[in-house]
Design a protein around this ligand. Structure first.
Ligand SMILES: Nc1ncnc2c1ncn2[C@@H]1O[C@H](COP(=O)(O)OP(=O)(O)OP(=O)(O)O)[C@@H](O)[C@H]1O
Ligand SMILES: [Mg+2]
Length: 1001
């Protein structure tokens, strides 16, 4: 097998610091904090050498080591380095077992395996399942022993591998897994696709960068002397080499070899530059050996020995002699029992670059004929390689056929980006092939559809829409009739997908186009015999009508879709239509029926194994429960949905994302805040994508209510995404308004709330029910100001504030009326906030009526723990003002109890303030065990470490946070505990029994 070799294990010099950092990484991974490192540096500087040292040490520490390499020209083969890593480790029983229970991964191995059986329509999921499979595999292995996954030379990685690396770096948290990736800095030109990936990874908290600088002169000299031993190099020569090599270990070695070989005894003739030097070494060899090296260079880094022999055109004996010579000269080295690999990737690159154009074409052509063999083609990745060789040798029909095959293979592996690329390549060649349809076994329209759906699945919806629009246009023209092969079902699929993706684009113009396309598609699809395509076209049309708010029509079509799906025997379309119907019932205010339908849809989707629909059903079902105030059932459904999304790697996919935040919402609402906090802590703070920004915004609910320092950090990271998605900005700004209000900053509260209110206004309809909340928050700010003004006798200001409050109250009422959807039924939460808006208005008017606050309590109902406590605080105040002191004290006591239980510090502070002002209740006293109640779970962790005598820096490294963040935690803790020093805090921790507990995580 000819591959680029791994670095030999001589003594490693001059990399103590870098090695130290990577070993810390192993420590962290061993302790259950998943981490990743990116090792970068110029070609030949010593990345592989360093990593092989780490690998060796990890092995010694009992790590399961998986190590895979990318290959130059390998960027069209999906998951090549992963396949390499799995293949390398497949002898281990643990790895084999973990693989056997994950057939999607088995497909990467030469023996193959069952691919995921995913219909292209239910798609978007194959890749995510692949990712989920890898994640699951690593977690399973890590349960037995810590795991080190090395992916070398990522600058050559395929797009799917790049995505996988990002995915793993985000998703691995508490597993005992370390991930090390290497890449060449000098290869990373400005538009290199790895660049944005590296930038993104570097922003993640668990990722460190190890950039290898050139080796220092003394380290290099030491290395050269060791390599030359027992021969002694004279000092002048050594100096000369060290100077020329400029800290590049590989270059130095080659200079040394050239100089020692004596062929280039005269220093003056040593060629300048590494490539020239390497070639001068090759030129010393016999013709046959050079021939072998050239064939090997073209075969790429993954062709086997037999292939190279055949490509070289040499007889067995001659070939072996030539290989022996290459080995003696340290150009090839034996690799396992399978063959030989190039001494270094750079050598292969130099030989390849030196081929004459005709020679290169001929060798590629030879490779084509050798690879076009069914047995070889059955090996994963071969088709993609073949396509490359065909292109390089100008074999258009060959490249065409191989591209189609490579596309199918990539699709089955869950690598839609590569599949799209291959299909697109084939499309580009279509007209240059004699019988394309026969060769491909596909109509042109079908190929175009595949290219587009894979583009969408890889996340590029816009490109998919563009492709499908063109395809649809083409098919309606004369020439297109032939291209579609008169296949009406195919034409239907193209229209249906186009409409579907248009809806995902989430803007009104696209939705209008979606409705139009979907309608035309339904009309153009033959109704008899019933087909799933027809059912699907109808279901999508219904869905589009829904997006456009045409309920009556949507319902009619959803029902029709259901009937056709049943007749066509397509349970997954049935489930999909059921979800739409359930959602409709919900919109029509018939929530009982909605829940019934959605429950049925959920079950059916699960049985039909259509994950996308299952998650959509789970989301709508959980939401329907939540809206009705059935928090515990809602939580259970959302939790189950979250589990499914996690298991299958769909956490950040549409609906996978939404069930997570619903799960959080339910627990936030029902007052199980430690659990809610746990979920919210899993929502990333350093967000780099819109879906993550969405989750992070949701976490603000609890972070604001608990007054956590995370609020500011979250804000800074999500802000850039506010222009992308109005909804995120709406959620975040409404909560930031509450945060400002807790801090007494009414200016900021009003400014943030105004934006949130503006964002939930849609002309010509007016406000949404979601406006009620920010309007009530703004009202509260107005009331505070009016009360203040009145207290100082400033009646003008007071009446101006009251006028502004009146406008806000009007907005809240309009939102509740929801002109756009008159049948909408406001749930308890909406009623609660509406009542709060009314009560705040009373407070602003100077008539702080306890009755109004009692109405708020009644509207929310007792299930909304936090809202209840917040209302009791205001009710206590109103009662106190009315002179009903006993009742006030009672409400105060209840509110304080809940605030303490929840760790709602801002509310507790407000209550303390009220207690002092109104002389009711008692400002906070710390009873047994209650001292720690004010701490968040994170702060408790930090406190444990303080008690263990750790420094801020150590705490930071243990908890994977910045030292600055650690110091913020520490001062917050000292503040909350009223401790003057760390020692005092440690004493409190001990006294409260915290330090005798096992670590929470
Ligand atoms: N610190 C070191 N101590 C001893 N030898 C080293 C050291 N660094 C590199 N080498 C040697 O230099 C040569 C090139 O190093 P290596 O293959 O690790 O480079 P690389 O950065 O991985 O290059 P590429 O980008 O081409 O993969 C190898 O023979 C390696 O053993
Ligand atoms: Mg390397």
């Amino acid at each position: 097998m000819v591959m680029v070799m791994r670095a030999p294990a001589g003594r490693m010099v001059g990399r103590d610091e870098e090695l130290g950092r990577l070993l810390t990484l192993l420590d962290d991974a061993g302790a259950g904090r998943a981490v990743a490192a990116l090792v970068s540096g110029d070609a030949g500087v010593g990345k592989s050498r360093l990593v092989s040292e780490v690998t060796r040490l990890a092995d010694g520490r009992g790590f399961t080591v998986l190590s895979g390499q990318c290959a130059e020209l390998g960027d069209s083969v999906p998951y090549l380095p992963l396949a390499d890593a799995l293949r390398g480790a497949a002898q281990s029983t643990g790895v084999r077992d973990a693989l056997s229970s994950r057939p999607a991964l088995g497909r990467l191995l030469p023996e193959g395996g069952e691919g995921p059986t995913i219909d292209s329509d239910r798609s978007g999921l194959a890749r995510q399942q692949m990712f989920g499979g890898v994640l699951g595999l690593l977690a399973e292995l890590a349960a037995a022993a810590p795991v080190l996954l090395v992916l070398e030379d990522l600058h050559w990685a395929d797009g799917s591998t790049r995505d996988l690396v990002t995915f793993l770096s985000r998703m691995l948290h508490r597993e005992r897994v370390a991930l090390i990736g290497t890449y060449r800095t000098d290869d990373l030109h400005r538009r290199h696709p790895l660049r944005p990936v590296v930038a993104e990874l570097q922003r993640l908290p668990g990722v460190i960068s190890v950039d290898l600088a050139p080796l220092g002169p003394s380290a290099l000299a030491e290395h050269l002397m060791a390599v030359a031993a027992p021969v002694r190099i004279d000092a002048a020569e050594l100096n000369d080499i060290v100077t020329r090599a400029e800290g590049n270990a590989y270059y130095a070695e080659e200079l040394l070899a050239a100089s020692l070989s004596g062929d280039l005894a005269d220093h003056g003739t040593l060629p300048a530059g590494l490539a020239a030097l390497l070639l001068s070494r090759v030129e010393q060899l016999s013709d046959t050996t050079q021939q072998v090296l050239r064939a090997a260079a073209v075969a790429g880094s993954r062709a086997d020995d037999e292939l190279v022999r055949a490509a070289s055109g040499l007889q067995a004996a001659e070939y072996e002699g030539a290989v022996r010579e290459a080995v003696t000269h340290q150009l090839l080295v034996p690799y396992g029992t399978e063959g030989y690999v190039f001494r270094h990737a750079l050598l292969r690159e130099a030989v390849y670059a030196d081929l004459l154009p005709g020679e290169r074409t001929r060798l590629h052509a030879t490779m084509c004929s050798l690879l076009s063999d069914e047995q070889r083609l059955a090996l994963p990745g071969t088709a993609a390689e073949l396509a490359q060789h065909c292109l390089a040798s100008h074999d258009i029909p060959g490249a065409f056929a191989a591209s189609v095959r490579a596309g199918e293979e990539a699709e089955q592996l869950g690598a839609p980006a590569e599949a799209h690329r291959h299909y697109d390549q084939a499309l580009a060649l279509w007209e240059r092939v004699a019988e394309p349809e026969k060769t491909a076994g596909l109509a042109r329209g079908k190929l175009g559809l595949l290219s587009a759906t894979n583009s969408a699945d890889s996340g590029d919806i816009e490109h998919a829409v563009h492709l499908l629009r063109r395809l649809r246009h083409l098919l309606t023209t004369q020439a297109g009739q032939a291209a579609g092969g008169q296949d009406a079902n195919l034409v239907s699929r193209i229209g249906e997908r186009l409409a579907f993706y248009l809806m995902l684009m989430d803007d009104n113009k696209a939705i209008a186009e979606a409705v139009e396309v979907a309608r035309a598609t339904v009309d153009a699809t033959p109704a008899e015999p019933p087909t799933w395509q027809h059912a699907r076209a109808i279901a999508t049309y219904a869905y589009a009508l829904l997006a456009e708010d045409s309920y009556g029509a949507a319902r009619e079509w959803a029902e029709r879709g259901l009937t056709v799906a049943r007749a066509a025997g397509a349970p997954w379309v049935q489930a999909d239509a059921l979800v739409t119907m359930g959602f409709l019932r919900n919109r029509e205010g018939r929530n009982d029926e909605a829940i019934e339908l959605l429950t049925a849809a959920h079950t059916q989707a699960r049985e039909a194994k259509v994950l996308g629909v299952e998650l959509r059903a789970a989301y709508h079902l959980a939401r329907a429960h939540l809206e009705r105030g059935d928090l515990s059932i809602g939580a259970a459904v959302a939790h189950e949905g979250t589990k499914r999304a996690n298991q299958t790697g769909l956490n950040l996919a549409p609906y996978g994302l939404d069930v997570q935040h619903l799960h959080f919402q339910c627990h936030f609402a029902d007052g199980t805040w430690d659990h809610a906090q746990e979920i919210a802590d899993g929502f990333p703070i350093r967000v780099t994508s819109a879906p993550e920004a969405y989750l992070s915004s949701m976490a603000l609910f609890i972070d604001v209510a608990r007054g956590l320092p995370a609020v500011a950090e979250r804000r800074a990271w999500i802000e850039p995404f506010w222009s992308v998605r109005g909804f995120d900005a709406f959620i975040a700004r409404g909560l930031l308004a509450e945060d400002a209000l807790w801090r007494g900053d009414t200016d900021q509260a009003l400014a943030e709330a105004a934006i949130a209110i503006e964002l939930s206004h849609e002309p010509p309809w007016g406000y949404y029910p979601s406006t009620i909340r920010p309007a009530a928050v703004a009202l509260s700010a107005r009331a505070d100001r009016a009360v203040q003004a009145r207290a100082t006798g400033d009646d003008d200001t007071a009446s101006a504030e009251l006028a502004a409050a009146g406008e806000l109250r009007q907005i809240a009422r309009e939102g509740a009326a929801y002109a756009k959807r008159p049948k909408f039924i406001l749930g308890p939460e909406g009623h609660g906030w509406l009542a709060r808006a009314e009560a705040e208005y009373c407070r602003a008017s100077g008539d702080n009526d306890p009755q109004a606050w009692q109405a708020v309590l009644d509207a929310f109902g007792p299930a909304y723990t936090y809202e209840t406590a917040r209302t009791q605080w205001r009710l206590a105040e109103a009662l106190a003002q009315a002179g009903r002191r006993d009742e006030a004290a009672e409400q105060w006591r209840r509110a304080a109890h809940t605030a303490d239980k929840l760790g709602a510090r801002p509310l507790r502070r407000a209550l303390d303030d009220l207690a002092r002002r109104a002389r009711i209740g008692a400002a906070q006293e710390h009873g047994d065990g209650e001292v720690l109640a004010a701490l968040t779970s994170r702060e408790r962790e930090v406190l444990r470490l303080i008690a263990a005598g750790r420094s801020n820096r150590e705490i930071a490294s243990v908890l994977f946070i910045a030292p600055k963040t650690a110091s913020v935690h520490v001062s917050n803790i000292l503040g909350k505990l009223g401790a003057a020093s760390r020692t005092e805090a440690a004493a409190i921790a001990y006294r409260e029994g915290l330090t005798s507990q096992p670590s929470a995580r």
